[in-house]
Design a protein around this ligand. Sequence first.
Ligand code: NFS
Ligand code: SF4
Length: 678
Amino acid sequence: MATEDVKKKVKKEKKVPSPKDLSIDPATQELLERSRELEVETIFDRAQTMKACNIGAQGTCCKMCAQGPCRLPLPKGGIEGEDTRKGLCGATPETIAARNFARMVASGAASHSDHGRAVAETFLAAARGEIEDYEIKDTVKLVEIAPDFGVETTVEGENGEVLDRDIKEIAIEVGEKALAQWGQQSGEICTIKRAPQPRYELWKKLGVIPRGIDREVVEIMHRTHMGVDQDYENLVMQCTRAALADGWGGSMIATDLQDVLFGCPYPLRSSANLGVLKEDHVNIIIHGHEPLLSEMIVAAAQLPEMQELAKEKGAAGIQLGGICCTANEILIRHGVPLAGNYLQQELAIVTGAVEAMVVDVQCIMENVANVADCFHTKIITTNPRAKIASGNVIHIEFDEHTAFEDAKRIVKTAIENFPNREKEVVIPDESSQLIAGFSYEAINYHLGGTFRGSYTPLNDNIINGRIRGIGGVVGCNNARSMHDSAHITIIKELIKHDVIVLTTGCSAIACGKAGLLTPESAAVFCGPGLAEVCETVGIPPVLHMGSCVDNSRILMAATEVVKTGGLGNDISDLPAAGSAPEWMSEKAISIGQYFVASGVYVVFGGSLPVDGAPVFKDYLFKELEKMYGGMWDVEEDPIKHAQKMIAHIDKKRKELGIDKARERVLFDMAARREMEAA
Ligand code: NFS
Ligand code: SF4
């Protein structure tokens, strides 16, 4: 049943919806039932009892100063004639909605980028040899990215010969240059030049090239203060600059440096869903975003002394499981199974089998502390930026100088909690096999054949029409809509129509649970063209590319497709579209804006807080396309959502003159099948 229908049903019958109406995921359904039995309240319950504010949802509530909040809802029946709505200071609905939108971009860009900064600081300390627990692991990637940071990788020898430069020197200089991108005041962030040349020139012409990562975020906060920037077009320009500083800056640098520190991901097998927890093991959930912490926990949990201690306490071993983007980070580098996505964090605790939930930053619901109160689970906060004010939450601060020791302390705390289990353990028997870890480099290798990595086969298959186009489906869960439902419906509709899907974040986790991340799923769910490609190359039709900061991998993949040739000169020429079906985080808005500014058509599910300001909405949905070739859209119905993406892809195929090739290849395939059948 679609989310809308569930809402109607609940309203009509005035009864509590069944777990089957709230999530398509059987593990989630089972544990929701269990949480009700135990009278443990979760976000699913509150989503029924608390309605969202209608004015805020329209984007037209302003609380930028104490003369407000000024609330400017759309009048019932819409606006006839001139729109006379104004805040006390005279701010129009356009100004108010644009300021609110800009602040979401600022917060989203700040979150990704502050994560990136922490990685850069650790990277530099590791390169300098100031900390022991981290090392420069992937020197191939280091040498590959160094030129983008303006760092030389060779030196001239005494006789003029070219010599490789010392890796340590390269690493230190890359670390310094990377870290400098945050505080830079003028010029351009260095990684922006990775974009296709015409895109870079366009940004330059439009004056949206980021000068420094922090500067663009701060400038949004200044411009949105009461009485500063009161021109929505000018505000959107600054949004673009900050969002580009995220996607092509903070996030991209985070991904790069994490790969060098921890290894660039290559496809590996694992599994997903709460069934990965084990009743007779010490279960540790790692939840949050930064791999700096989780990498150390993975290492600490493998120590013989920890395994011994677990046995001493009566457990058969230690099982780790990830939630949210931390899950994706440790999955793609170590194969640690995914326990679940955003909406499953409370339910992991409801299993009664979790000794500790270790969290760092972002997307951690405060309510995990209340749920943990009903069980023996210890919530351990680790980051000085992110504490939870609750009596039963422990803070074990994680410091990169003592990283491994800190991680050991955390794992030990979990193990020692094993004998304290109080309630019956209920672990759903649900987990699915998956393959993840398709970094942009891995796609190169996997599609590129035996001798040399290249995107040519991918481009060829798009040009000849076996692959219709590329869909990027990413982002969160949202308690206002049925858990995982929109992700899976949209993605199935895309692959059924031969659109290959790249996924990250909680969407990627949803795909893992639904069994879409296996090569075998191609034969079941894909159209004939995509199925054939997946079968030949041995890849799933949905490629798990990592966490949300790894959306930068999608930008790099798109750029590589452009550079490989045959599909236009810029990202906006590609038969591609983006989607965040169940978005809820401000980070999603920053991501949406940098994809739009990079030339991508981006559709969000649910709603965007812009409906109360029709002129501003029109600007995002239509005018931006004239400038960037990409634009925003919203579609709640998942099938229509996917069809809009496909229509855009087909429009681009037509513009490229490759629409006929697809008809031919499908015709040929049909003819061949008939012959084979005869
Ligand atoms: Ni992305 Fe990852 Fe999930 Fe949404 Fe939160 S975990 S950074 S924000 S909820 S996808
Ligand atoms: Fe109201 Fe203007 Fe103050 Fe906003 S800035 S709260 S619209 S007076």
